[in-house]
Each structure stands twice: as structure tokens, then as C-alpha cells.
Design a protein around this ligand. Structure first.
Ligand SMILES: C[S@@+](CC[C@H](N)C(=O)[O-])C[C@H]1O[C@@H](n2cnc3c(N)ncnc32)[C@H](O)[C@@H]1O
Length: 379
């Protein structure tokens, strides 16, 4: 059973999201334009581009949704204008350069779903020199929050579940960013912008940002809330901020303090963020200052919240000498047997013969072969 289609139902029923994207596409795409719909899903952004007059759309999609998108496109009479390309955008080639690249591969905190990596590559290989991207840029934003329910996701481990101490779990819990949804009353301060990143920048180095927030009311500081505002086109924002006029249906992130701090209106809350975008590591240090005196200090990082088994840590050492596992050998066999001459049935039989210790039946070997072939074989 796959819930992928239902995920796309949610994307399409998010009126704030689709309205903003449709508005931006209508403003940017001109009759005759070539458009890349990167991460097409149902193909909706490409269809909107066709409606705006695009001469051709390259709809790139790595998942099985591409077949659904193809049918949807045909049913709406745009099959002659949309070219579907199956694969990860960084691994496919297009026959011509585009005027516009559009995508909504934006994470909860703006940087964390790969948009910057995909757009940096796409701008270089797919876009005309004067072409534009939708979104054009993304701002990362944060505010101080009071959220007892989110704080309890950390405190749970400190309450000795079933009477057992669980300090190892508590440490990870304190160093985790949690998906959640804040409401405006949860905010203890205004929000501030960490940075605004051009959507086709290749963000390879760390993002460092110091925020100086001021408590607007008394309350319990449980952590820092984070979200984004994407600037899709001139005057067209799209945001999951609790303060957005039209908020899209995407979670925010809660970064907890080591321990909650009672604050009063006027307290200064200084937050230093360090983000390694491609490794999805976020570090946050929070200092609360009252009348010039520090009253609380907390420093956390998702690096300390990673679940890395000891064996995997050893494997990251430069002295480690890697050796292929039995499954890797079987995968290598499949790739070697895909020589452009042998039919699939022969490959399945040969893989089962060579690796009979791995598979209980020829059918099991066939499933394994299909998984490798669908991913790597050229058509
Ligand atoms: C968030 S959904 C958005 C779908 C659609 N564009 C929309 O706005 O409703 C992202 C889709 O892009 C695909 N995807 C993500 N990154 C991709 C990439 N770099 N290349 C190709 N497909 C990608 C995923 O499989 C998924 O179907």
C-alpha cells in the first residue's frame, strides 16, 4: 500500500500553497517559454505553466508518480507540450535550455529538503543565462516559543519511563529538531530572519546567524521555533510561518532548550544558529539576558542527536577498509549482467544461481533484480 498519492492530495488541497505557486507562475511564465517543473509529482506546476502559455515543459520526477502525472497531463489536453523525464534532476539531461525552473522542494526550515542543491545544479545545466527560478529566494526565520507540548517530547525521557533512568535517550531528545505547528500565541518574541538565500546558490559552507530577540511577554521559554518564507516571484511570498497572512500547510521546527527558562517581558534572548545545510545539521545556542546579566545558557546540536550505532561510527574513520557485503556482491552481479544483450529472465536466473544463499526462491531473486534494474538500467 502506498500513501504517496494521498501525500499529493494534501499538496493540492493546500489552497495557500497552490494559490501562491499559481500566482507566481502566471506572473513569470510568458507565452512561448520553456519551463522545467523540477520534482513534478502530479505535474501540477507544469500544467499551470502550460495554462500561462509555456511552449514546452520538462516535468522531471524521480518517483512512480510520473505515470500518474503523464495521464493527468493527457486528460487535460497538454500531452503535446509536456515532456516527462524520469529520474533525479541531477542525473538527467535536457535537450534545450529553459526560461523558468519551478519547484516546491522546500523543507520545514527552508533549506532542509534539497532545493538549494537541486536548483544550483539545475540553474547551471538547464537554465538560460537570463532565466529565472521560482522561488527566487528563501528566508530562514525563527522566534522564541512557549510550547509545553513540544517541551514534553524532551521531558518525557527525564521522567524515568516505567521507573527506568534513560539519560542516553534524554540527551538525544534535547538535541533534536521536532516537526510541529506553532500558533501566534505560542510566540514569545517577534520572529527574525537568519538569512535570505538566493534559490540557486550552492550553499556548501555553514550558515551562521546571530539573532537578538526580545521577549514581548512573560512566559516559559521552551525553545526556538523555525520556519521559512519563500519569495516565489515579485510580491508573491509563500510561507509556513505562524505569522504569515496566508500560511501554507507545512510543519515548523521546534528546537528545544536544555531546560525551560521562566522569562519576563523585555528579556533579551540571543540565539546563535550554525547550520550545515547538506548534512542537515543544526546547532543552536541560546542565552537569556536580563538587565545586562545572563540568566540562562543552553547549547544543542542535532549532531549530538544522531542515532549512529558504534559500528557505523567506525565506518566513518579514514583508516577503515571497506569490504562488499553479500547483498552488494549480488547487486554488482545484476549490474554486470545488464550488458545490453541479456534479457531480464536470464539475469534473474543467473543472479539466483550465483547468490542462492541470499534468496529463498527464484521469485525473491527476481524482486531483488527488479529493484536494481528499475533504478539503474538505461532504457
Ligand atoms: C513536494 S512534492 C511537489 C510535487 C509538485 N511539484 C507540487 O507542487 O505539487 C516533490 C516531488 O518531487 C519529487 N522530487 C524531489 N526532488 C526531486 C529531484 N531532485 N528530481 C526529481 N524529482 C524530485 C518527489 O518524488 C515528489 O514527487
Amino acid at each position: 500500500m502506498s500513501l504517496i498519492l494521498d501525500e499529493h492530495r494534501q499538496y493540492l488541497s493546500d489552497a495557500a500553497r497552490v494559490d501562491a505557486l499559481a500566482d507566481a507562475i502566471a506572473r513569470v511564465v510568458r507565452p512561448g517559454h520553456v519551463v522545467v517543473d523540477l520534482g513534478a509529482g502530479t505535474g501540477i506546476l507544469g500544467l499551470l505553466a502550460c495554462r500561462a502559455g509555456a511552449a514546452r515543459v520538462y516535468a522531471i520526477e524521480e518517483g512512480g508518480m510520473i505515470e500518474v502525472a503523464r495521464e493527468i497531463c493527457r486528460a487535460n489536453g497538454f500531452a503535446d507540450r509536456v515532456v516527462f523525464v524520469r529520474g533525479l534532476s541531477t542525473t538527467v539531461d535536457l535537450p534545450e535550455k529553459a526560461d523558468v525552473i519551478v519547484a516546491d522542494q522546500i523543507g520545514r526550515f527552508g533549506f532542509d529538503a534539497g532545493l538549494f542543491e537541486y536548483f544550483a545544479d539545475a540553474r547551471e545545466r538547464f537554465l538560460k543565462p537570463d532565466g529565472v527560478t521560482i522561488p527566487a529566494s528563501i528566508s530562514l526565520q525563527a522566534a522564541a516559543v512557549e510550547s509545553p507540548a513540544d517541551a514534553d517530547r524532551v521531558a518525557f525521557w527525564e521522567r524515568r519511563p516505567l521507573g527506568f533512568f534513560m539519560p542516553a535517550a534524554a540527551k538525544i531528545a534535547r538535541n533534536t529538531g521536532y516537526p510541529t505547528r506553532f500558533q501566534p500565541p505560542d510566540l514569545l518574541s517577534d520572529d527574525a530572519t537568519l538569512c535570505t538565500l538566493d534559490a540557486s546558490t550552492h550553499v556548501t559552507s555553514a550558515i551562521r546567524a546571530d539573532l537578538s530577540l526580545v521577549a514581548r511577554r512573560d512566559g516559559m521559554l521552551h525553545g526556538i521555533g523555525a520556519w521559512f518564507t519563500a519569495h516565489l516571484a515579485d510580491g508573491v511570498p509563500m510561507s509556513n510561518s505562524p505569522l504569515a497572512a496566508r500560511r501554507i500547510d507545512r510543519s515548523n521546527v521546534f528546537f528545544p532548550l536544555a531546560a525551560p527558562v521562566a522569562i519576563v517581558a523585555g528579556d533579551s534572548i540571543r540565539v546563535a544558529f550554525g547550520i550545515l545545510p547538506s548534512d542537515l545539521i543544526v546547532s543552536w545556542t541560546v542565552d537569556v539576558v536580563r538587565d545586562g546579566r545572563g540568566i540562562a545558557h543552553s547549547t544543542q546540536s542535532t549532531w549530538n542527536g544522531l542515532l549512529l550505532p558504534r559500528e557505523e561510527l567506525t565506518r566513518t574513520s579514514l583508516a577503515f577498509v571497506p569490504k562488499r557485503s553479500a547483498r552488494a556482491e549480488a547487486r554488482l552481479s545484476v549490474l554486470e549482467l545488464c550488458d545490453g544483450h541479456r534479457p531480464l529472465g536470464d539475469i534473474e536466473r543467473e543472479v539466483f544461481r550465483r547468490h542462492s544463499e541470499l534468496f529463498r526462491s527464484p521469485d525473491e531473486a527476481a524482486v531483488f533484480v527488479a529493484e536494481v534494474v528499475t533504478r539503474y538500467a538505461a532504457s
